[in-house]
Design a protein around this ligand. Structure first.
Ligand code: NDP
Length: 322
């Protein structure tokens, strides 16, 4: 089968399109023939070596397709099922082996593209808005990169939860997109001091929670945007990893809470996965949650997808076609 392989970490050129053997499912695993593959920023972290994997490896953590074979002791799926998954590495390929418990049924109204777009970013936005800081009416949140893959979904979910949503984006075009998704206000954080703006927009009080996916370049000001006892949710490193933080800083800036969550710990078992994925897919099927699927590339052009994502050229989801 064709797959993208990384032999040495580095730039987008490290993503090599090669012929490799079809992997075989072991006990508890299923082989999925992928129809659509999700691109996520975490794929960049593995490609550059910020997150570690033993080379050679096939990157990427998300896809949708059909179960083609199952190993021993598989109970959750059978051959022929339409499925989607996230957080199992190896999806830049025509087929992937995935622990069967991580596969969720793809309901009939949803396309493979929707399935591959919903799982990782959808469940991330879901746990951020529903679990890490469970938003409710009266809360104000600040979400960075609000026109990105997670960003546009988080804006919509925060509105579903009843919160007031302030977004940040790099361009006016992206700001318009975040507003169309439901953001109440958008700050152009390359031009404006977003902490001062967030304070101004909340009458000097600060926001209840910041969802920060940008990392190094926004961390400090994100803390400054919070109200006393607010929560800083640092969930990504698009601009680089956040350097070490002294706990005393949290005291000085208002007895703040700081967490650095990952989806893996918020989809820890089958029950939680079914609940989260089920709610996300249900919202998509009912039209309450809209996916933005404007960037689609052949699998062979995964490197171009990474270039566009890292150059901040994209809005919403990027998909690959195997
Ligand atoms: P996005 O579509 O959001 O793309 C990244 C966006 O970040 C860009 O479009 C850009 O938006 C903004 N950005 C700001 N600074 C930079 C920079 N220096 N380089 C590149 N982009 C920058 O990607 P994803 O939706 O895939 O992921 C968003 C973030 O969420 C990532 O940090 C990712 O790691 C994280 N994430 C974390 C998860 C978790 O469980 N912890 C799970 C899933 C994603 P703009 O132009 O508006 O500034």
């Amino acid at each position: 089968m064709k797959a993208i392989q990384v032999h040495e970490t580095g730039g987008p050129e490290a993503l090599r399109y090669e012929e490799i053997a079809v992997p075989q499912p072991g006990p508890g695993q299923a082989l999925v023939r992928l129809h659509s593959i999700g691109v996520n920023f975490i794929d960049v972290y593995f490609r550059i070596g910020l997150y570690k994997a033993e080379a050679p490896f096939t990157p990427a953590m998300e896809g949708a397709g059909v179960v083609e074979a199952v190993g021993a002791d598989v109970t959750h799926v059978k051959v022929g099922d339409r499925v989607a998954y996230a957080m199992c590495r190896g999806s830049y390929a025509e087929c992937a082996v995935v622990p069967a418990w991580q596969l969720v049924p793809l309901p009939e109204p949803l396309s493979y593209e929707q399935g591959a777009a919903a799982m990782l970013q959808g469940m991330t936005a879901h746990y951020l808005a529903r679990s890490t800081f469970a938003l409710k009416a009266g809360d104000t949140c600040l979400g960075h990169a609000a026109a990105g893959g997670v960003g546009l979904l988080l804006v919509q979910m925060a509105k579903i939860c009843g919160a007031r949503v302030i977004g940040t984006t790099g361009t006016a075009e992206k700001a318009a997109r975040a507003k169309a998704a439901g953001a109440d206000e958008v700050i152009l954080y390359n031009e404006q001091d977003f902490a001062a703006e967030a304070k101004r927009m909340t009458g000097g009080k600060g926001v209840d929670v910041v969802y920060d996916s940008v990392g190094a370049s926004t961390f400090e000001k994100s803390l400054d945007s919070l109200m006393p006892r607010g929560m800083m949710v640092s969930y990504g490193n698009a601009s680089g990893a956040v350097p070490p933080v002294a706990p005393l800083v949290l005291n000085q800036k208002g007895s703040l809470f700081l967490t650095r969550p990952t989806l893996a710990h918020y989809c820890a078992d089958r029950a939680e996965l079914e609940q989260r994925a089920g709610e996300v897919m249900g919202w998509i099927a009912s039209g309450q949650l809209r996916l933005t699927l404007e960037h689609s590339y052949p699998l062979a052009e995964a490197a171009q997808a990474h270039r566009d994502l890292e150059a901040r050229k994209t809005m919403g989801k990027l998909l690959l076609r195997p």
